[in-house]
Design a protein around this ligand. Structure first.
Ligand code: HEM
Length: 790
C-alpha cells in the first residue's frame, strides 16, 4: 500500500508547494480540509484502487451522514424513533442508499469481491480518524516548535529528501513518539463504549506519568491506560495502516515544510464522532528550502547589505556578527557596569549605556550598532533629531514592541497612523490644564498620606530616621495614578501595580534575549508566568472599567478622574460622528489605555522624584533654595494649583534632574522605506536610536559643566537652555510628545513641595550610588535617605 500512500502525500505536498511558490515562500492555509482530503484520497486508493476524485461523492455523503448521526446522538434517545419518517431519518436513509449504490457500482466495475458493509466502515473510520490525528499533530507541532525541529532533524537524517520506504519508516523514533503523544492528548475517538450483559468487576486504571520514548508498553507500564485504537480482541483493525499513513504523511510534510500557527487560529477541539478543530486549523506553511534561504537572507545577506550602505556614507560601528549582532557585547558590558556601584557623580552614562557610549566615542555621534540582525543608527545631532521626531508624514514610525512586551500594555504609545490620531484626539482633553486642576485634590491626598507616614516614623525615632525612599515614592506615584486614573484608592489598585512591576521585569528579560519568532508559544516558565500575569491584570482593570461603565449608566458624574474623562471624551467623539462606535474607542481599547497610564504614570514619575531627592541630598544648597521658595509662595498650607505654577526654582531643579537622569534613556524609531535625513540616506529596515541620556550628557551641547547639577541653566526656561535646539527630550518631542508631561510635572511639584515643607533630607552613609535601567533609570540598591522633621 505504500506507493498509494506516497502518491496521495505527493499530491498534497505539490499542491502546497504550488500555493507557497505563488505566495513567495509562505502561505496561510486551513490544513483541516486538506488533511481530510489527503486521508480520503489514501483510503480511496488503498480500498478501491481508485482515485479520491471517484470516491468524492461517497465522502461527501458520509460526512453529511456523520453530522446527522451526531445530531441524533445529541438528542434524547427514544427507542424506535429511528423508524419515524422525520426529515433527518429520511435523509439518513437516502444517504445510506446512495452510498450503497455507489459502492456496489465501484465494486462491480472492478469486480472486487469485498463485502459492502466492511468497506464503508473502513472508509469512514480510515478517513476521519487519521485526518484528525494528522491535524492535531500539525497543530501541536506548531505550538511546540522545538519538537517540530527534532522531528524534522530525524526525518532529514533518515530520508534526506528521498521518498520514504517502508523499512526506513520503521526506523523513525521521534515521529512515532510524537504521534503517540498526540493520540494521548487528542484521541480521535473520545470514548469507547461497551455494555454489560451481567454484573462485571473492573480493576483500577492508573494514568501513566512516563511517555513514549521507550515505547507504549514502557510508557503505560503495561497497563491498559493508552488505548487510542481501543484494546483487546476488538482493537482497531486499521491501527498499523493508520500509523504507517500518519508517519508517511508527517515525514513528507516535515521534509518539505516548516509550519507555525496562524494568528487567526482559534484552539477549539470538539467532537463530530472524532475530535476535530471546530474552526479549522489555520497554519502558516513555509517551504523548508525557501525557509532556509529566507532565514539566510534575513540573518546574513540583508544586514551585510545594510552595513555596506551605511558604511558608504561614513556611518560606522562595531562589525555585524551573525545571529546576535552586538547584543552579547552590549549586555556583557551593561552587566559588568552594574556589578558595582559608582562614585557620587552625575556622569552616569558609562554605567547605564556603556556600549552605546563606547560606540559613540569610537565611531562618532552618527554611528551604528547591531541589535541582532537589525542595524540601530545612533543620532545625536539636534537638527536630525527634530527631523526624526517631527515625523511629518508618519515615515519614522515607532519600533514595534516584541509580542511579549505588548502584554504589558498596548494603548496610545504603541499605535500608529489613524488609530494613534484617534486615540490621541480622545485622550488629549483628559490631560489639559483645566482637568489637571481638578486632579489636584487626589495628588494632595496621596502626598498627605506619605507625609504623615514619614512624620510618624520620625516621631517614633525622635527627630530623624533613615528610610529607603525608593519603594515609598513608587507607592506614592502608584497611589496618585490610581486615584487620578480610577478615582479609586491605591489599595484597590495595589495588585495591578505589583503585577505590572513583575511583568516589566519579565519583559526586560525577554528583550535582553534575542527575539525568536514563535518563541512566545513555548511553555517556558517565563512565558507561562507572563500569560498568567496578563490575565490577572486584565481581569482587575476590566472590573474597574465595568464598574465605572455601570456608574455612568446609572447617571453618576465622572469624578474628574482620567477614566471618567476618557469615557466622556469617547462618548463625545461617538456623538459627533453620528453615533458611529467605529470612531470611538472600544471597551477593550479603554482597558488598554488604563493599563498603559498605570504603567507609565507610576514608573516614570517615581524615578523623577527619587533622583530629585537623591540629587537634592547631594546638593543641599539647592535644597535650601527650593525650600525657601516653597515656604515663601505656599507657606505651610496645602499647595494650590496657581501657587504651584508660580514656583520657579522647583521646576528648574526638576528639569535639571530630568536632564541628568532622564527616566527613559533612549527613544527609538524605524524606517520602513528609504529616508533622507540631512545629508544621509537611511535605507529601509533600519532602526534609529535617539539616546536621550547621551544627548543630555553631550558636552558640545551643554558645555563644560555638562555632568554637574546646575539648575541655573533652566532659569529662563527650556528653550533658552537648549538655544531652541531639540536637545532636551525627557518627554520626547513632536507630535508624539508624552501625553502625561503636565500631569507628571504637577504631581512632582506637589510631592516635592510637600516634602520640602515638612522635612530636610540627606544621603545615608549606607546609600550606594548605582543608577541602572529596568525600563526607566532606577536606583539599583535603593535610595537610603536620612529624613529630619522641620
Ligand atoms: C516624569 C514622567 C514621565 C516621563 C519622563 C515620560 C516620558 C515619555 C516619553 C519620552 C515619551 C515619548 C516616547 C517616544 O516618543 O517614543 C512618552 C510618551 C507617553 N507618555 Fe510619558 N512620561 C512621563 C509620565 C507620563 C505620565 C504620568 C503619563 C500618563 C498618565 C504618561 C503617558 C504617556 C503616553 C500615553 C505616551 C505616548 C504618547 C503618544 O505616543 O502619543 N507619561 N512619555
Amino acid at each position: 500500500m505504500l506507493p498509494a500512500f506516497y502518491t496521495s502525500c505527493s499530491e498534497l505536498v505539490s499542491k502546497w508547494d504550488t500555493v507557497i511558490t505563488a505566495e513567495e515562500g509562505s502561505c496561510e492555509l486551513d490544513v483541516w480540509p486538506e488533511l481530510q482530503n489527503l486521508t480520503g484520497d489514501v483510503i480511496s486508493r488503498t480500498a478501491f484502487g481508485s482515485s479520491f476524485e471517484e470516491g468524492r461523492r461517497i465522502f461527501q455523503l458520509q460526512t453529511e451522514q456523520a453530522e446527522l448521526a451526531i445530531q441524533a446522538i445529541q438528542s434524547v434517545y427514544i427507542p424506535g424513533s429511528r423508524f419515524l419518517p422525520t426529515k433527518r431519518n429520511t435523509r439518513m436513509k437516502e444517504i445510506d442508499k446512495e452510498v450503497r449504490v455507489l459502492l456496489t457500482d465501484i465494486i462491480h466495475k472492478r469486480e472486487q469481491a469485498t463485502k459492502v458493509g466492511e468497506s464503508t466502515n473502513g472508509d469512514l473510520l480510515g478517513q476521519e480518524t487519521t485526518s484528525t490525528l494528522l491535524v492535531w499533530t500539525m497543530v501541536v507541532l506548531s505550538m511546540h516548535p522545538e519538537w517540530q525541529v527534532l522531528a524534522r532533524e530525524e526525518v532529514l537524517q533518515i530520508f534526506e529528501h528521498r521518498a520514504p520506504d517502508f523499512d526506513e519508516l520503521t526506523h523513525l523514533k521521534i515521529v512515532p513518539m510524537i504521534l503517540f503523544e498526540v493520540l494521548r492528548l487528542y484521541p480521535p475517538l473520545v470514548l469507547l463504549t461497551r455494555r454489560t450483559d451481567k454484573e462485571m468487576k473492573l480493576g483500577k486504571i492508573i494514568l501513566p506519568a512516563e511517555r513514549f520514548r521507550k515505547g507504549v508498553s514502557n510508557a503505560t507500564k503495561n497497563q491498559v491506560s493508552f488505548f487510542p485504537f481501543g484494546w483487546g480482541p476488538r482493537i482497531c483493525i486499521g491501527q498499523n495502516f493508520a500509523m504507517v499513513e500518519a508517519k508517511m504523511a508527517l515525514t513528507m510534510i516535515l521534509q518539505h515544510f516548516s509550519f507555525e500557527l496562524s494568528p487567526t487560529y482559534a484552539h477549539a477541539p470538539w467532537t463530530v464522532i472524532t475530535i476535530q478543530p471546530q474552526y479549522g486549523a489555520q497554519i502558516i506553511l513555509l517551504s523548508v528550502i525557501l525557509w532556509a534561504v529566507k532565514v539566510l537572507y534575513i540573518i546574513w545577506w540583508t544586514p551585510k547589505k545594510l552595513e555596506r550602505a551605511l558604511r558608504k556614507q561614513g556611518i560606522e560601528g562595531p562589525p555585524f556578527k551573525l545571529f546576535f549582532g552586538n547584543i552579547k557585547e552590549n549586555f556583557g558590558m551593561a552587566k559588568e557596569a552594574r556589578s558595582k556601584p559608582m562614585n557620587l557623580s552625575h556622569n552616569i552614562a558609562p554605567r547605564i549605556l556603556p556600549f552605546a557610549l563606547q560606540t559613540v566615542e569610537k565611531y562618532g555621534k552618527l554611528s551604528v550598532i547591531w541589535y541582532g540582525a537589525v542595524p540601530r543608527v545612533t543620532i545625536m545631532e539636534p537638527d536630525l533629531i527634530r527631523d526624526v521626531l517631527s515625523n511629518k508624514f508618519g515615515h519614522f514610525p515607532k519600533v514595534k514592541p516584541i509580542p511579549l512586551v505588548r502584554f504589558i500594555a498596548t494603548g496610545l504609545a504603541n499605535y500608529e497612523g489613524e488609530q494613534w490620531a484617534k486615540h490621541r484626539r480622545i485622550l488629549n482633553p483628559a490631560f489639559n490644564q483645566e482637568k489637571l486642576k481638578r486632579m489636584l485634590p487626589a495628588f494632595y491626598t496621596s502626598c498627605s498620606k506619605l507625609v504623615s507616614k514619614w512624620d510618624t516614623l520620625i516621631t517614633a525615632k525622635e527627630g530623624s530616621c533613615e528610610l529607603d525612599i525608593w519603594p515609598e515614592l513608587q507607592n506614592l506615584t502608584g497611589d496618585a495614578i490610581s486615584r487620578t486614573a480610577f478615582g479609586s484608592s491605591f489599595e484597590e489598585g495595589r495588585r495591578i501595580f505589583q503585577l505590572q512591576t513583575e511583568q516589566a521585569e519579565l519583559a526586560i528579560q525577554a528583550i535582553q534575549s534575542v527575539y525568536i519568532p514563535g518563541y512566545r508559544f513555548l511553555p517556558t516558565k517565563r512565558n507561562i508566568k507572563m500569560k498568567e500575569t496578563v490575565k490577572e491584570i486584565q481581569a482587575l482593570v476590566t472590573d474597574i472599567v465595568y464598574k465605572r461603565e455601570h456608574a455612568i449608566k446609572a447617571g453618576e458624574a465622572s469624578n474628574g478622574d482620567i477614566l471618567g474623562l476618557m469615557m466622556e471624551s469617547n462618548f463625545k467623539e461617538i456623538k459627533e460622528n453620528n453615533g458611529s462606535k467605529k470612531l470611538g474607542m472600544s471597551l477593550h481599547e479603554i482597558i488598554e489605555e488604563c493599563k498603559l497610564f498605570y504603567f507609565v504614570g507610576q514608573e516614570t514619575t517615581s524615578t523623577l522624584l527619587v533622583w530629585t531627592m537623591v540629587v537634592l541630598s547631594m546638593h543641599p544648597e539647592w535644597q535650601v533654595l527650593a525650600r525657601e521658595e516653597v515656604l515663601q509662595i505656599v507657606g505651610r498650607r496645602a499647595p494650590e494649583f496657581d501657587e504651584l505654577t508660580h514656583l520657579k526654582i522647583v521646576p528648574m531643579i526638576l528639569y535639571e534632574v530630568l536632564r541628568l537622569y532622564p527616566p527613559i534613556v533612549s527613544i527609538t524609531r524605524r524606517t520602513y522605506k528609504e529616508m533622507k535625513l540631512g545629508k544621509i540616506i537611511l535605507p529601509a529596515g533600519v532602526q534609529v536610536a535617539l539616546p536621550t541620556l547621551l544627548i543630555h550628557h553631550d558636552r558640545e551641547i551643554w558645555g563644560e559643566d555638562v555632568d554637574e547639577f546646575n539648575p541655573e541653566r533652566f532659569r529662563n526656561g527650556v528653550s533658552m537652555a537648549t538655544k531652541n535646539q531639540v536637545s532636551f527630550l525627557p518627554f520626547g518631542w513632536g507630535p508624539r510628545i508624552c501625553l502625561g508631561q503636565n500631569f507628571a510635572m504637577v504631581e512632582a511639584k506637589m510631592a516635592l513641595t510637600m516634602i520640602l515643607q515638612h522635612f530636610s533630607f540627606e544621603l545615608s552613609p549606607t546609600y550606594a550610588h548605582a543608577p541602572f535601567t529596568v525600563v526607566t533609570i532606577q536606583p539599583q540598591h535603593g535610595a537610603q535617605i536620612i529624613l529630619r522633621k522641620l
